[in-house]
Design a protein around this ligand. Structure first.
Ligand SMILES: [Fe+2]
Ligand SMILES: [Fe+2]
Length: 271
């Protein structure tokens, strides 16, 4: 089965239920080892993200300052921002399969499973957002992850280094910080639900970064590259030297980073 038309459809639609249906179809074909690309497959270079029809996209510097989580709207902006990351992550995981057909079947299954997780993450946050009276698209968003996917469209090594091993790994640094900030507002049931969702997402995101780590290392080996190429790639994308107030040493180690790498990223210590 040629899964590439299904993937293209899944990436371009803004209907989550359809993304899910198509993702599960692709996963079933991959699990039965029934995948072909056809002779003439050239992946489409998407010019805008699928959420462009639902959300107003703005420059990240123009995003409104997040209000106090004590107000309903303040809490909704936080939920919306995280839901947006999850939505973006769905399309990125699908694109990792779509754009690099030369990668092994196990790679395809890994990222289709990630896409399925991201659909679930978005679903939880979207339901919570609706329970506090808002919906996806009510607040402006930035398209940083879409841009990162576009910039790495020509190289699966760059894609693995930048998307899962940089951006998703940065999410592991941030997630516990958000949970900490919410801790003393837990008596609000919406906050409690958000914290439970963030905890579950956190566990599954470690696995996503780990998959990125696995395929990054696979590609290094295939191409005879030292894994320190990671820092060359970050430098090329101008991502080195960014200030990181909280590096989640344990989660990054669990996801496959070495202490040497973690220290290079700016951690004070790593054991
Ligand atoms: Fe996620
Ligand atoms: Fe993820």
């Amino acid at each position: 089965m040629n899964i590439y038309a299904l993937l293209e459809h899944a990436i371009s639609t803004d209907k989550i239920a359809l993304k899910e249906e198509l993702t599960l179809q692709c996963l079933a074909y991959c699990n039965q080892n029934e995948v072909s690309t056809g002779d003439t497959f050239v992946p489409v270079r998407f010019t805008s993200p699928s959420y462009a029809s639902r959300c107003t996209i703005v420059d990240p510097r123009k995003l409104p300052a997040r209000k106090d989580f004590d107000t309903n709207e303040g809490l909704a902006t936080l939920i919306h921002a995280i839901a947006h990351i999850e939505y973006s992550a769905i399309d990125l995981a699908l694109d990792a399969v779509y754009r690099f057909p030369e990668m092994p079947l196990e790679y395809k299954i890994d990222w289709l499973e990630v896409a399925h997780d991201e659909i679930r993450h978005f679903g939880m946050l979207n339901a919570l957002l609706e329970s506090v009276g808002f919906e996806y698209g009510d607040f402006p968003v930035h398209c940083g992850l879409f841009d990162a996917a576009d910039h790495t469209a020509e190289s699966v090594l760059d894609r693995m280094a930048i998307v899962p091993r940089y951006y998703e790994a940065s999410g592991l640094d941030v997630n516990p910080q958000i949970i900490k900030k919410l801790e003393n507002k837990r008596k609000n049931p919406a906050v409690a639900t958000l914290m439970d969702a963030l905890n579950l997402i956190y566990e599954e995101e470690i696995e996503h970064v780990h998959k990125g780590d696995k395929w990054f290392k696979y590609l290094c080996e295939q191409n005879g590259l030292d894994e320190s190429v990671y820092f060359d790639i970050l430098e090329r994308y101008k991502l080195l030297g960014k200030h990181r107030p909280h590096i989640n040493v344990n989660a990054r180690k669990e996801a496959g980073f070495t202490c040497d790498e973690i220290m290079k990223l700016g951690a004070k210590q790593c054991q």
